[in-house]
Design a protein around this ligand. Structure first.
Ligand code: HEC
Ligand SMILES: [Cu+2]
Length: 369
């Protein structure tokens, strides 16, 4: 019977594994907050999340080193030897109270430590109400995000401006299906659920433009809800200086003053189409319409029909609602929305369009031949 006393080799190995562990801890503890392969972290408690991440990475590296190191070592030392009889049995060891106590207590302490660390971060994200902070709502829809600000009328699509170093309370919900709100730079992620408001709190601390990404499969154009890859529909969180934010806020407040509220939009008011600007309409189209409409013939369907020649195609004299293809009737569809055999065309408030936006869009559609 072989001895179970650790040999010299065992202690040498233990010293080597200890050395590797110390190196791993030093690596994870001293590399800058930003791991080279993580997007730069831009806020609080994102920085705390990174700390927790580094703590867990260092702990896991130590655990991995010892477990794998010993498994390999023991597999070699206690292997079956040529000289062993065919029915040889390995050494059987039963009950070692000291060891068992240690491997119960140490991991328990570790888990408790992790919980304390995590609950601290959780309380910043969900509980601590920042004094004099900013409250912003974001509503997801198929397929994009809109934002509402205090004392700004209507909804702002796709760009969420925030002043740096001001605490933010974000109220998140959805208009149609479950979406999500993920900002990798802020280490923030929450579901956006119709009929429910999820609240998260954070403070952006680094000026920059950060993509907002939907991580909940939400329909055919889910991939457009990715500010990292989509130039057409991707939403962006713009963190800027207090002065730049104030300038944006006041500009937006004025521009949005004409935006429709949900109640007004249901009654179709006559729109002054003559004031439409085709170039403004073109920009709007790429922001708000191209998710559902291609610039191709009527038959080229994305969600809705292709809109090339919607007003100038002899083989397409009538619009989907049966009315003749005239600018005024296109404006009516943009105002009221329409549900037909293709699906649902959202109305003015759902698309967050002002009357001027509609005039611009109609002017643009009128140039498509
Ligand atoms: C969520 C998808 C979606 C979005 C966003 C959307 N549409 Fe539509 N649109 C549709 C669908 C679906 C139809 C067809 C409805 C039907 O007939 O079933 C439609 C129909 C239309 C029609 C009538 C086309 C015709 O040939 O009769 C026009 C014009 C139109 N949309 C313009 C726009 C404009 C401009 C925008 C941007 C402000 C826009 N749509 C945004 C889905 C969308
Ligand atoms: Cu989505």
């Amino acid at each position: 019977m072989e001895s179970t006393k650790p040999s010299r080799g065992f202690w040498v190995l233990t010293a080597i594994l200890g050395g590797i562990s110390v190196a791993a801890i030093v690596y994870f503890w001293t590399t800058p907050t930003v791991q080279p392969w993580l997007p730069p972290e831009g806020g609080h408690p994102g920085n705390e999340v990174d700390k927790l991440f580094r703590f867990m990475a260092a702990s896991a590296a130590v655990l991995y080193t010892f477990v794998v190191g010993y498994i390999v070592y023991f597999a070699i030392v206690f292997r079956r030897r040529k000289s062993d009889p065919p029915d040889a049995l390995g050494v059987h060891v039963h009950d070692n109270n000291k060891l068992e106590t240690a491997w119960t207590i140490l991991p328990s302490l570790f888990v408790v430590l992790l919980s304390i660390f995590s609950v601290k971060i959780w309380s910043v994200l969900y509980l601590q109400q920042p004094a004099n902070g900013l409250v912003v709502e974001s509503i997801a829809h198929q397929w994009g995000y809109v934002f509402r600000y205090p004392n700004v009328k209507g909804e702002i699509p796709e760009e969420m401006h925030l002043p740096v170093n001001v605490p933010v309370t974000l109220n998140l919900t959805s208009r149609d299906v479950i979406h999500s709100f993920w900002v990798p730079n802020m280490r923030l992620k929450a579901d956006m659920i119709p009929g429910m408001v999820n609240v998260i709190k954070f403070t952006p601390t680094r000026i920059g433009r950060y993509p907002i990404i939907c991580t909940e499969f939400c329909g055919t154009l889910h991939s457009r809800m990715n500010g990292m890859v989509s130039t057409e529909n991707g939403a962006i969180m713009v963190v800027e200086s207090e002065a730049a934010y104030q300038a944006w806020y006041h500009r937006t407040q004025i521009a949005q003053a004409r935006a429709p509220s949900a109640a007004e939009a249901t009654e179709a008011t006559a729109i002054a189409l003559a004031s439409g600007s085709a170039s403004a309409g073109k920009t709007l189209f790429s922001q708000k319409c191209s998710a559902c409409h291609a610039l191709g013939p009527f038959s080229q369907r994305v969600v809705g029909p292709g809109l090339m020649g919607v007003l100038h195609d002899p083989s397409h004299p009538n619009l989907v609602d049966g009315d003749p293809a005239t600018p005024a009737n296109v404006a009516k569809i943009l105002q009221r929305g329409f549900t037909g055999s293709y699906g649902t065309m959202p109305n003015q408030s759902e698309n967050a369009l002002s009357n001027q936006d509609i005039a611009n869009l109609v002017a643009y559609l009128n140039t498509l031949k």
